[in-house]
Structures are given as C-alpha cells and as structure tokens.
Design a protein around this ligand. Structure first.
Ligand code: HEC
Length: 155
C-alpha cells in the first residue's frame, strides 16, 4: 500500500515538475518577457540599457540600408559589402545575455535571419558583384524589418 502511494507521489511530482518546466520553457524560450499593447502589438519588456542596445542595433540596420542603397546607386560593390557585413552576424558576441531570455522566439528568429541575410549580401556583393541581386536581397530583408515592426514594440 505504502509502495503504491510512493509511486503515485512520484508520478504527481513528475507531472508537477514537467508542468513547471514546460511553463518556464514557454516563458523564457517562446514568449519572452512580453505584454500586449493597446494597438495589438506585443510589447517586449526590457531594462533601459537593454533597450538602448536594441535600438542602437536598429539604427545600425537603417544606416546599413542607406549605405547599401548609396552603394547600389554609385555602383560601389565594396561599399555594399562593407556596410552589410557591419550588421551581419559579427555583432552577436556583444549581445547582452540578459536580453536573450526576454526576446520572444519569433523575434530571435527574425533577428537572426536578418543578420545572416546581411552576411550573405556582403559575400554575394564581393563574389557576384550584381547590383540587381543586391537589390532583391535588400527587398527581402526589408520585408522582415516591416514584418517584425508590425508585430512588436519595446518598453
Ligand atoms: C526581430 C524584430 C525586428 C527586426 C527584424 C527589425 N526590427 Fe527594427 N525595431 C524592432 C522593434 C521592436 C523596435 C522598437 C519599436 C517600438 O518600440 O515602437 C524597432 C525599432 C527600429 C528603429 C527605431 C530606432 C530608435 O532608435 O528608435 C529603426 C530605425 C529600425 N527598427 C530599423 C529596422 C530595420 C532597417 C530593420 C531591418 C533591416 C529592422 N529594424 C529589423 C524590431 C525589429
């Protein structure tokens, strides 16, 4: 009898721990630290310094977009490659660890894809030197920028 109760207790504990770990995984990996805004977008809740880092990264993206378009206009593939590489995956090492758990999984995916796409653009600009190709890559990247902006904001 006591054995059965211990087994039952074991299962109850197991299920409880599974529920806790599922909740934590959902919180930290999928949902991040978020709230829903009045306009329907998801608000990512960051500390002041993390927010500053995030927005600085964003302004870096916009500078890169401007420099890349300038490079396309001037037919300067090297400028395109240099500007794109600056916002590629090279900056990952400097991302504050504390931000990572607060960002919803979908934003991490979109952010990662964006940095990788800039790396690809830089490589292609050097190897193919095809402006039309750069422009089509930029078009694709910008659709990810606008997709993320329509779904998320910060506070
Ligand atoms: C993973 C999601 C995501 C992606 C991808 C993304 N952004 Fe953002 N961006 C945001 C969020 C969230 C904000 C804050 C908006 C708010 O709070 O209203 C922001 C803000 C900005 C800002 C304002 C910066 C400031 O100082 O206020 C600029 C500029 C910007 N993004 C440019 C870009 C460009 C250009 C791209 C694509 C190359 C891009 N973003 C891709 C999420 C993203």
């Amino acid at each position: 009898m006591a054995f059965i109760n211990m087994t039952k207790l074991g299962w109850i504990l197991f299920l409880f721990m599974s529920a806790v770990s599922a909740t934590l995984s959902y919180q930290f990996i999928i949902k991040g630290d978020t709230e829903i805004a009045a306009d329907g977008r998801t608000i990512i809740l960051l500390e002041e310094s993390e927010r500053a880092f995030f927005l600085n990264e964003m302004r870096g993206f916009l500078i890169a977009v401007q420099q890349i378009i300038d490079g396309i206009e001037k037919d300067d593939m090297q400028q395109i490659a240099t500007s794109a590489r600056k916002v590629g995956t090279i900056g990952f090492a400097s991302v504050p660890k504390s931000i990572v758990g607060k960002l919803p999984l979908a934003t991490k995916k979109m952010g990662f894809a964006t940095h990788q796409a800039f790396d690809q653009m830089a490589m292609d600009a050097e190897s193919l030197a095809d402006k039309e190709h750069t422009l089509s890559q930029l078009n694709q990247i910008l659709s990810t920028c606008t997709a993320c902006h329509s779904l998320y904001r910060l506070r």
